[in-house]
Every structure is written in C-alpha cells, then in structure tokens.
Ligand binder design. Structure first.
Ligand code: MN
Length: 729
C-alpha cells in the first residue's frame, strides 16, 4: 500500500519533470529533483483529506506552474509552498538549501496562507484583494498562490460542506478577481467555474441541465462553422488556427442574472477563437467573418486598438450564423492570446532572460494601468523597483482576530486600530497583541498583522496617545474623552476642596442650601454648582473665597495661605509656578501644582501629589518623611507624573565633606562643568560642622533630573579626599 502510494507520487514527479524538460530545456533539472526530494521528505506520511499522499498537492500545483512555463524559482516555490506552514521547516532551512529567492517566495506564500476572512461585504472583499496584492513583493508569489488555490478547488469535494462553501466564496470574491486584475484569464475562468458549483448549487445545476440538453446541437454547430471559417481564412491566405467553445458556465450565469434574459438570448453562448500571426491579419480575419455573416450592430469591439485595463487585447464581434443562430468571434495574435490566458505571468516570462529598459517600461505600464483601474494611488511612478509590487503604499491592511479587515493609514498604531473598532475599545485600550505577541502601543502596524486589543474596563486614554495616532478619528475621540474625564476630575477635586475647607472653617455646607451655593456660582458667572466645583478644581480661585461669599459672618476674608508642610530653609527655592510646567496631575490640566519644599523632588524621582488647602497640589517625593509619616490623609492623595519632555532645571543643594586640601574646590566645580550643570551659589568653609576637622563645601546646582543628580553625586564621591556628599532637604 505504502509503496503503491510512493509510486503514484514518484510518477507524478516524473510527469512534472518531463513537462519542465520540454518547456525549459536549458534549466538544471537536478535542482527540481533536489527540491522535490526535500519537500517529499518533509511532508513524509502526511495525507490530504481525500486520503492521497500530501505530496501530490504541491506536485499538481507545480504542474500548473510548469504549464505556464514559469521559471525554476517559481517551480521550486510550488513544490515547497506548504513546507513551512505544514511541516515545521523554517524559511531559514529553505534559504540554506535553495537560496534567497526561493526562501523569499516561500515566505510570501506562507504569509498569504495566514490571511483569513469571512465577510460577504463587497467593500471588505475589495480591501482583502488590495491587501493581498500589497503584501506580495514578488509577482511569482501570487502566481503560486493562484495555482495552489486552483488545485484546492479541483479537490474541494473531499472537504466538509461548510468549508467548501467558505473556500469557494473566497475563491469567487478574492482570488478570481485578482486573477482577472492580473490578466490571467485562464486561471480566473477555471476558478470561477469550480467555485460556482459550491456557491450557487441550485443555479449551477439548472444551468448545467439547460446547457447539456443543447450540448450535441451546439457542438455540431460549432464544428460546422469552424470548418467554414478555416476554409475561408485559407482561401484569403490568412494563417490561423480556429477553436470553438461554449461560453463558461459562470460567465453565462452572470450574464443571465445581470441582463435578466434567457439562455436563448445570450449572443455569445457559442464562440469561435481565431489566432493568427499579426495584427494586420486580425483585421483581415474580421473582414472575412463580416463578409460571410451579418454582424450584430454594437457588438464589434476593438480591444487591439484600445486594450482593456488588464492589457487584454482582441477583436470581438457577434454575428448571425447559419439558421439564425448567433455566435461570437474573438480574433487575436498568438502573443495576445498568451497575455489573455496568462496575463502578468506572460509578461513576467517576457522579462525573464531579457534585460533592458523596454521590458521594464512594459511592466511598469502594466502596473500603472492596474493602479489606474483602481483609482486609488496618487503617484504610480515610484512603486516599481525590481519585482517589488507596492501597489498601495499609503495604506496598511490589518485584521481583527476574527478576520475583519481594518484599513489604516501607513504608520498607524494599535491605538488607531482600537478606535477603528469602537471608541469604547479605544478608550479602554491598555495594550495590543500583534500576531500573538505583545507589542508597545506605539508599534507601527504592518500589512497582514492580526491585531488583538487588550482592554481594561475603566481605563482612560492618555494625552501621550495624541502623538502616537495617525487617524483623525482616534485623535478626535481621545481629545473628547480626555476633556470629559478632566472635567469630571476637576469637579471631584473642587468639591473635595470645598468640603474640607468648609469643615476646617466650621461652615456647614449642609446648612447652606443648594440655592445659596447656586447663587454664589452665578455670582462667578456659572450656571451650575458643578461648574463652580470644576473652577475650584482647576484652581481658578480658592475654596475660602467661595465660603466667604457663602457665609460672610463666619469666614474671614482671604489670608495668606499656610505652608503645606514643615519648611526647612532651602536657599534658591523656585517659585511654585516653575513647577507646574514639569509636573502634571494625571489627566488634569490647569491645576496649580508645586513641588513641596520639604523634599524638593526632581525629575525622575517617584512623586505623589496632595491637595492642599487653597494652594493647589503639593508634590512630594515618595520617600519624603512627611509622606511616610502619614502626615497627609489618604483621600487628599492624587496621582501626578513628570511631564514627558521638559528642559526645566531643578536647583538642588548639596553638601560635601572633604579633607582640607588645595585643588579640592577646583575638582568639585570640574565635575559640575563636565555635567554642564550651572552652579547658583557655592560656599566653602574650612571646618566641618560635625567633625570639626576637614572642610565643607555647600552649593546649589541646577540639575536636569534624577539620573544627572546620581551621576554628579557619584563623580563627587570618586574625588579623592571626599568623605561624604549629601543632598540637603
Ligand atoms: Mn497548498
């Protein structure tokens, strides 16, 4: 049994080999054999659904490619196209054994295989088609993928019903249109007819029955007119071969549906194809046809003079034949025929082996026309280099885990993606997984990325996101959300402020009626109490001022505010307004913030804010003893953070105890000079207060952040003779 199967695989390979030897006699067939042996070994005992050895699949796919006379790299890709996905071989393995080009193509096909989608929406299908083309950077990848799909469709019967339907639909909506767009008429037609049976089983059965009843008559008719045409062409000296055929089922079906006509009314159900040697003879053949039969007005089309956007060229005419039976005639040269059947693959081969500008021009023309057909891309001149096909450089095509396509501008991030799904998803987004891996929110999405957004209920967007997003939608939603939450927070803070101050001053807010408070609010120009709270929260005025208006008898007018905490002497202390530039209360603008004098935190240190009485938010170092001693009540705590970019300098006072020796001061100032830190004032004393011997240097330096401070302190400590360096709090 096993050896029978082996024989079947082997003989399939021999057929392929024979085909390639004939089609491409100059190619090294040893390379093909080596590739085949490797793929067969990797797929081992794997089976297809129908029970046949898996290796028969890549062999059939490669047969299709050989039929199109594709080059060796393309054939190797056909043989290897499933080894990375299905056998655990890596792209690196392929590269090592078969080189860069093959590895790149196999990688390309593997990536396309991961694309998954379910939608029936027309727009969605168009996005997927564009994305597939955008993902492909070597046209051979898409050619192999189409051949792969063709064989899968040919063997679709072995799959369960619902998978058949999905795959057939995908073929009809995605792959056949791509084949059409690339001018690959033959493969497109085969894909459509194969899919038709599964997607529209009833219509297919009915149409097949109808065509079958007339099959004999039709075939007889085609034979008859074919002989007549051959005779007449020979008489006129036009060299040609003539084929007769019945129009493809799916294309008849579309016509019936579109024009709401019956099968009898389809002019071109029967068709002859005349293939001759030159453009001149195409027109000569047309003359011969029209001389014999009456053309149907409006049915003559000259796609030679005006090619279709996918570069299809042919003359079409429909005539009334013997017995009043109409039929269509297509006339073209051999070369036009190749292009009509193989499209971009024909052009790709034309290019192969010939190097020169003319070929490049031709390929660029092709792609330009493809693009113009799309009416999408602005500049079509710059996307072609080598064989790279970047058709849609301005867009990236990404997926939800369920396969929905999300089209975003280039360099969009996972935040854009989250907002594209839903504003709630955007607002609560805390992270993202791309292709199963956690990525930073700033990660730029790439074509084909499958993006899963991680959310957390109650999470709020951050202002930093505005710098990361590329879509207007995300930007607007973030702004809106931030404004809303900021205000809500300000209202909350303002209310707390007011209540605390009222308690401290012995004013009962309960007794103050709502109406009284509303009156005060309107005195400030606000319609609602909430607006008054917000204004207090934003620090526009103090709670005391409000309470004074509310209870003028028991509250004295504003007095100078008390310091928020015990305040040791700190020379060079900045005015409070310096600090609000460098510290932000999380989510709130506009709130008065200052660094507490007790610990004088600098950028980079852990900080925490406390709402003070009437002086805004005091910011302490988390290590500050005042904080640790729980001097501050927990409900006055508020989250604060250092502003992302700031050039603010913090005056920091340091004390150095040293041996008393010459040159010491010079060394100390050198450290600060090296760190580009300015010295505000410096004082050196001959005696250390504590020990009585040695010397003491005390100075205030302007420091950027915690890291710089640490560098300076450790550099000072390395100076020989320095005993201790201390930050004065
Ligand atoms: Mn495959």
């Amino acid at each position: 049994m096993l050896s029978l199967e082996q024989d079947a695989v082997e003989s399939l390979y021999r057929q392929l080999e024979a085909k390639v030897t004939t089609a491409r006699p100059k190619d090294d067939i040893g390379v093909l054999e080596k590739t085949y042996r490797y793929a067969r070994e990797r797929h081992g005992a794997q089976k297809r659904r129908d029970g046949s050895p898996y290796m028969t699949h890549p062999l059939h796919v490669t047969q299709v490619l050989a039929g199109m006379q594709m080059d060796m790299v393309c054939l190797q890709t056909g043989l290897l196209h499933d080894v990375v996905e299905d056998t655990g071989a890596t792209v690196e393995d392929v590269r090592r054994l078969f080189g860069d080009e093959v590895a790149r193509c196999v990688d390309g096909v593997t990536k396309l295989n991961k694309v998954n989608f379910y939608s029936r929406e027309e727009q969605q299908a168009e996005s997927v088609r564009k994305m597939l083309l955008a993902m492909v950077n070597d046209i051979r990848v898409i050619i192999v993928k189409l051949a792969d799909r063709l064989h899968n469709m040919q063997t679709l019967a072995a799959l369960p019903r619902e998978r058949q339907e999905r795959i057939a639909l995908e073929t009809l909506e995605i792959y056949a249109p791509i084949a059409h767009r690339l001018g690959m008429g033959k493969i497109r037609g085969e894909l459509e007819d194969l899919a038709f049976e599964y997607v529209e089983p009833d219509a297919w059965a009915e149409l097949k029955r109808e065509i079958d009843t007339k099959r004999e008559a039709n075939e007889g008719f085609l034979m008859e007119i074919r002989k007549m045409v051959e005779l007449q062409l020979a008489r006129e000296g036009v060299p040609a071969r003539v084929d007769g055929r019945v129009k493809r089922a799916f294309s008849v079906f579309q016509k019936l549906k579109r024009q709401k006509i019956s099968l009898d009314q389809v002019y071109d159900l029967l068709a002859l194809r005349i293939i001759t040697d030159s453009v001149k003879n195409c027109y000569a053949a047309l003359g011969v046809i029209h001389n014999e039969w009456h053309p149907i007005p409006g049915r003559i089309k000259d796609f030679i003079a005006i090619p279709r956007p996918n570069l299809y060229q042919s003359l079409h005419t429909s005539v009334i034949g013997p017995g009043g039976q109409s039929f269509e005639v297509q006339i073209r040269t051999e070369e036009m025929h190749k292009v009509a059947e193989e499209g971009i693959a024909a052009h790709w081969k034309y290019k192969e082996g010939k190097k020169g500008h003319a070929d490049d021009d031709r390929r660029i023309t092709w792609l330009r026309q493809l693009v113009e057909w799309q009416h999408e891309v602005r500049d079509s001149t710059e996307f072609m280099s080598g064989l790279k096909v970047e058709l849609y450089p301005e867009e990236v095509y990404t997926f939800t885990p369920r396969g929905r396509v999300i089209v975003l501008p280039r360099d969009a991030t996972s935040i854009d993606f989250a907002y594209a799904i839903h504003s709630d998803v955007g607002n609560t987004c805390v992270g993202a997984k791309v292709n199963g891996r956690i990525v930073p929110l700033k990660y730029n999405l790439r074509n084909g990325d499958v993006v899963e957004i991680l959310t957390q209920p109650g999470h709020m967007p951050s202002k930093d996101w505005l710098a990361l997003v590329k879509t207007q939608r995300a930007r607007n939603k973030i702004r809106h959300e931030i404004n809303t939450t900021e205000r809500a927070k300000a209202v909350e803070i303002g209310q707390k402020y007011l209540e605390k101050e009222a308690r401290r001053l012995g004013v009962s807010l309960n007794k103050a009626t709502k109406a009284d408070l509303e009156a005060v609010a309107s005195e400030y120009g606000y319609g609602k109490i909430e607006d008054l709270h917000a204004a207090l929260g934003y620090g526009k005025f103090s709670p005391r001022q409000v309470l004074q208006k509310l209870a003028p008898d028991s509250v004295q007018p504003e007095e100078p505010p008390k310091p928020a905490a015990p305040q040791p002497h700190t020379p060079g202390q900045p005015a409070p307004h310096d600090a609000d530039l460098v510290i932000k209360v999380r989510g709130i603008d506009d709130l008065l913030v200052y660094r507490a004098k007790c610990c004088n935190p600098i950028k980079g240190e852990g900080i925490v804010g406390y709402i003070t009485r009437g002086k805004g938010v005091a910011v302490h170092s988390v290590n500050c003893t005042n904080v640790q001693n729980l001097m501050y009540e927990i409900d006055r705590r508020i989250e604060v953070e250092w502003a992302r970019s700031t050039t603010e300098l913090f005056p920091i006072k340091l004390t150095i105890r040293t041996d008393d020796r010459p040159g010491m001061l010079n060394q100390v100032t050198n450290v600060l000079f090296t760190e580009q830190s300015n010295i505000r004032n410096l004082e050196a004393r001959g005696n250390d207060d504590k020990t009585g011997d040695g010397a003491m240097v005390e100075f205030t330096a302007e420091i950027r952040d915690k890291k710089q401070l640490e560098r300076i302190v450790s550099a000072l400590r390395r100076i020989s003779g320095v005993r201790d360096v201390e930050r004065v709090q």
